[in-house]
Design a protein around this ligand. Structure first.
Ligand SMILES: C[S@@+](CC[C@H](N)C(=O)[O-])C[C@H]1O[C@@H](n2cnc3c(N)ncnc32)[C@H](O)[C@@H]1O
Length: 177
């Protein structure tokens, strides 16, 4: 049996805000932290990460807790984060620049974000990849929500536990390519 990598767990807990993050989430779920940190690592190695402002990140199908968006709102100081899931537990997560919506992504009103750079993050999400984002990052689960008419790039991250360890990236700004 392959040994689990604890690289991302170690990196996460080196942040001064790590304990604050898990206490706000109300639970330490190492699998979730591992997957969300893997996505954060991938995102911060992409060019879009150098965009200093005017960015909104949508954490689509985040599950019961907004783990990725809450974590990233602590690590990335100038971006806004929005967690969306019909199963999301709505409460005050006491995190600046984080808001939570208990709904399907198809029901969310994106109209007030028209002039912002929109990043969609799908971590083992079952939601459809709707056509509103400038950039999409998808770690697929058992639902096929990859983009059909656009070449993406992907990595296989062996630090992610279990076999759903691909992360796809799409730059959708030039939609007619
Ligand atoms: C397998 S769970 C993954 C949860 C979390 N991202 C994780 O990795 O633990 C799939 C999630 O997709 C959500 N989902 C399904 N359809 C959705 C939709 N149309 N819009 C937003 N979220 C959706 C479900 O509510 C569920 O929380």
């Amino acid at each position: 049996m392959k040994m689990k990598s604890f690289k991302y767990i170690e990196r996460f807990f080196k942040y001064r805000s790590a304990i604050d993050i898990v206490s706000k989430l109300g639970k330490i779920d190492l699998k979730e932290i591992n997957e969300c940190y893997a996505m954060f690592e991938f995102l911060r190695n992409m060019l879009v990460y150098s965009n200093k402002g005017n960015v909104v990140v949508f954490d689509v199908g985040c599950g019961k807790r907004p783990t990725f968006s809450l974590m990233s709102a602590h690590f990335i100081k100038n971006w806004e984060f929005i967690a969306i899931d019909p199963n999301l537990e709505i409460k005050d997560y006491k995190t600046e620049r984080l808001s939570c919506y208990k709904c399907k992504v198809e029901e969310f009103d994106f109209s007030k974000y028209t002039n912002r750079t929109k990043i969609g993050i799908y971590i083992h999400s079952h939601a459809p990849a709707i056509n509103v984002f400038d950039y999409l990052f998808i770690m697929p689960c058992c639902v096929d929500n990859l983009i059909k008419n656009k070449e993406g790039l992907f990595i296989i991250d062996t630090n992610i536990w279990y076999d759903k360890n691909k992360i796809y990236y799409y730059d959708l700004r030039r939609k007619n390519d």
